[in-house]
Design a protein around this ligand. Structure first.
Ligand code: A2R
Length: 322
């Protein structure tokens, strides 16, 4: 199987390259001209806003399958730069689908990676959220991903293209930006252990329940969906068992090397936090046999170790990572 991963320099890209390569796939990857892919695989500069460049890469590589990861994936940036977010996430996806359609490459399996955020303000009692649950996005990023998915469904139907839409719920693991909660807690603990901050961890709403999956399980799901998913179908990817953020905090603190005080920070509280978000993952399970295997404890420990090593090599605080 020959795969092309578009947008491979981000958090998920490196893990996906490793997952597909170790399954024996031939992997090619793209990143923005100013980015770098650390994994050992052929890479190509590509801005998805340039459709003719997508066409040229498709001609050069002739992949069997495409994983479209390229995105403006930050919710907070999406509020500040809505046009940019819509351009990359919506027009960028259309560029890819048009490049495929115009070149009559409808049979190349195309995996559009969306987000559990697309469900947005869910109705009470809706969890676990099945793929047929109405989408009600609560932020610009989520709206663009919902739009990406809808356009994918339209192209799949109208042009009989082999497209699969994925709604990935929270995923985490080593090397994730600390704007996400597991990475945030682990980085704070690693900084405390190194004496870079007082022994106080700053937290937001701990009672919200969210569904977390290790990124290494998530990319395995992407591989299996590439192999066995049904075209034109939407799939939730997640553990299917939400936990309170408090549980994540307790787990992270249980690995800390010294006692740490917990302090609630009003700036980290979101006014409209939805109490529970949990996907129904029976579709992916039925079609591929996939389920999450890596425990949350393992994800937290590996993420903490990642920050410990990173601080060791830098020696000082790292500033905010995005
Ligand atoms: O924004 P940057 O500089 O971090 O670059 C991101 C890149 N990207 C683009 N690639 C090609 N053409 C563009 N116009 C363009 N704009 C941004 O896509 C980044 O390197 C990559 C996306 O990686 P992350 O933001 O780290 O996302 P992650 O966590 O790997 O998630 C993969 C996919 C995304 O579509 C998410 O929205 C979805 O899974 O949940």
């Amino acid at each position: 199987m020959k795969a092309l991963i578009i947008g491979a320099a981000g958090f998920v890209g490196g893990y996906l390259i490793r997952e597909l390569s170790s399954a024996g796939w031939e992997v090619h990857a793209t990143c923005l001209p100013n980015e770098h892919i650390s994994e050992d695989c052929p890479s190509y500069p590509l801005d998805i806003m340039k459709k003719e460049d997508i066409t040229a890469i498709l001609d050069e590589i002739s992949p069997d399958i495409i994983y479209h990861l390229a995105a403006q994936s930050s919710v907070s940036v999406s509020w500040k730069r809505p046009q940019l977010t819509a351009e990359i996430n919506v027009i960028g996806t259309i560029n890819l689908l048009e490049a495929l359609r115009e070149a009559k490459k409808q049979d190349i399996r195309t995996m559009l990676i969306g987000s559990g955020e697309e469900y947005g303000y869910i109705r009470e009692g809706a969890c676990p959220l099945s793929e047929s649950e109405p989408l009600n996005p609560g932020n610009i990023y989520a709206a663009t991903k919902a739009c990406q998915g809808m356009i994918g469904e339209i192209y799949a139907r109208a042009y009989r293209m082999d497209i699969i839409m994925v709604r990935a719920f929270n995923h985490s693991g080593p090397a994730q930006s600390n704007i996400f909660v597991i990475s945030d807690f682990c980085r704070q603990i690693a900084e405390i252990e190194k004496g870079l901050r007082e022994p106080v961890i700053s937290v937001g709403n701990l009672s919200a329940k969210r569904d977390f999956t290790d990124v290494r399980d998530v990319v395995r799901a992407y591989r299996l969906l590439g192999e066995k998913g049904r075209k034109g179908t939407v799939y939730n990817v997640g553990r299917g068992r939400a936990v309170e953020i408090q549980f994540i905090l307790d787990t992270a603190l249980s690995f800390a090397k010294l006692p740490i005080e917990v302090r609630q920070d009003p700036n980290r509280m979101r006014a409209s936090d939805i109490p529970l978000i949990e996907p129904d993952v029976s579709r992916i399970s039925a079609d591929t046999g996939w389920s999450a295997q890596i425990t949350m404890e393992q994800t937290v420990l590996d993420t903490l170790d990642y920050w410990r090593k990173k601080l060791m090599s830098y020696g000082t605080s790292l500033g905010t990572e995005h």
